[in-house]
Write a protein that binds this ligand. Structure first.
Ligand code: RP5
Length: 164
């Protein structure tokens, strides 16, 4: 299976990014984690991305806060799918990062998830890899079935308590 590269702008993003690791672990998707910054280490970010495909990566996840150009900078240097996680760091609650990540020019897309949406970034990365991997696709379906069962159980409990 191709690997996912999970790249964060700073180790201060780790508490959010950890949720992506957890989902990828649950699904058995191989990944590597790195700290590269579009602003502080642009050369390293570029070098990694230029070699990402030949190094076995199929999808890149980029998490960054504030003036979050990391996902866009990675997308500029390869045609692998890039998923951006805007991180709520700094004083603007993540809206700064959301807009910086999502507003990409035509031809250089970044699939942007919600502010701090690390879980969905990992699920989306897995779904991309599952296009060519039937077993991973089945694991994704099974996660959804478990989630649905959890909601039905909540419905039952709420109905018991309040009538329904
Ligand atoms: C961004 O700036 C990082 O992704 C992080 O969210 C934010 C703050 O970084 P640190 O100053 O904590 O390293 O580039």
């Amino acid at each position: 299976m191709k690997k996912v590269a999970v790249i964060m702008g700073s180790d201060s993003d780790l508490p959010v990014v950890q949720k992506a690791f957890d989902v990828l672990d649950e699904l058995g998707v191989p990944y590597e984690a790195h700290v590269f910054s579009a602003h502080r280490t642009p050369a390293e970010a570029r070098d990694f991305t230029l070699r990402a495909r030949e190094n076995g990566f199929g999808v890149l996840i980029a998490a960054a806060g504030m003036a979050a150009h990391l996902a866009g900078a990675l997308a500029a240097n390869c045609a692998l799918p890039v998923i951006g996680i805007p991180i709520a760091s700094g004083g603007l609650g993540g809206l700064d990062a959301l807009l910086s990540t999502v507003q990409m020019p035509s031809g250089i897309p970044v699939a942007t998830v919600a502010i701090d949406g690390a879980k969905n970034a990992a699920y989306l990365a897995a779904e991309i890899l599952a296009v060519e991997d039937g077993a991973l696709y089945e694991r994704l379906l099974s996660v959804r079935e478990k989630a649905a069962a959890g909601v039905l159980e909540k419905d039952r409990k709420v109905g018991e308590k309040f009538g329904g």
